[in-house]
Design a protein. Structure first.
Length: 255
């Protein structure tokens, strides 16, 4: 899904950090508490519920793995770009944010075993009957979210199909752009746009899913090896005992 795009200064990043739900309060004196950074709005993987609590596949999965492996952590919802910046500047120990495992990223980061396989789709305004394929985008403007796999995919086909791109930092702003008619379509990860449509975001999908990358938990290259090993061990246990599938079923409908 996402590729790193570091734009925040360290000072701005420090000011932006906000503690969210974690399990640091149960840590014993001297026990390691890991700082885990995540996105702010990437439903159904991380988002705030009506009470303002961060929930989602990534949030629940991290909590379940932490419980299984006795990992203590603080969760920092920073936004994807800032989360990666925190990791790069050693202000975070790991990132879980629907982060795609790519060969380029493997040069800088070590990843867990994949925990979700995703892909990219095109979405348009729900009442739009004119656009049904990439070819219908010729001469039009298309919205994408900065740093995402959807943006990368759109960048790769825009010259072929003759459309231009406009970038947004958050998915809801991108959706509003399309609903307002300022852009003809947007590109987004399948489970994310699927969840948004189910929640009434006013869009619809009009293409089949283009195969994308798998999501993984990331740490800096050759750092926090123990944390990464515990994540993998916990993920394996959750898959075996059914908890992993329960988390997916909670947020991602299969029908």
């Amino acid at each position: 899904m996402k590729k790193f795009f570091i734009t925040m200064s360290i000072a701005a990043l420090t000011a932006a950090m906000v503690f969210a739900n974690g399990n640091k309060d149960t840590a014993k004196p001297g026990e390691k508490v890991y700082i885990i950074a995540t996105d702010t709005t990437f439903a159904p993987f991380e988002f705030q519920d009506a009470a303002g609590k961060y929930v989602g596949v990534d949030i629940d999965l991290l909590a379940a793995i932490a419980s299984d492996q006795n990992i203590k952590y603080d969760l920092k919802p920073l936004g994807f770009n800032a989360a990666v910046a925190a990791l790069e500047s050693n202000q975070a120990d790991g990132v879980i944010a629907g982060m795609s495992i790519t060969d380029v990223r493997k040069l800088k980061y070590d990843f867990s075993q994949p925990y979700y396989d995703s892909g990219v789709v095109m979405a348009i305004k729900a009442d739009n009957e004119e656009i049904n394929s990439y070819a219908d985008l010729a001469g039009k403007r298309v919205a994408v979210k900065t740093g995402t796999e959807g943006a990368t995919f759109a960048e790769g086909i825009k010259d072929t199909y003759g459309f231009t791109l406009v970038y947004f930092d958050e998915s809801p702003f991108m959706y509003e752009e399309v609903k307002a008619g300022n852009s003809a379509a947007c590109f987004e990860d399948y489970p994310v746009i699927g969840y948004g449509i189910s929640q009434g975001n006013g869009l619809k999908m009009v293409t089949d899913m283009e195969r994308g990358s798998s999501y993984g938990f990331a740490v800096l290259k050759n750092k926090n090896t123990e944390l990464l090993q515990k994540f993998d061990a916990g993920l394996k246990n959750l898959k075996q005992n059914g908890t992993y599938q329960e988390i997916l079923d909670k947020y991602i409908a299969t029908e």
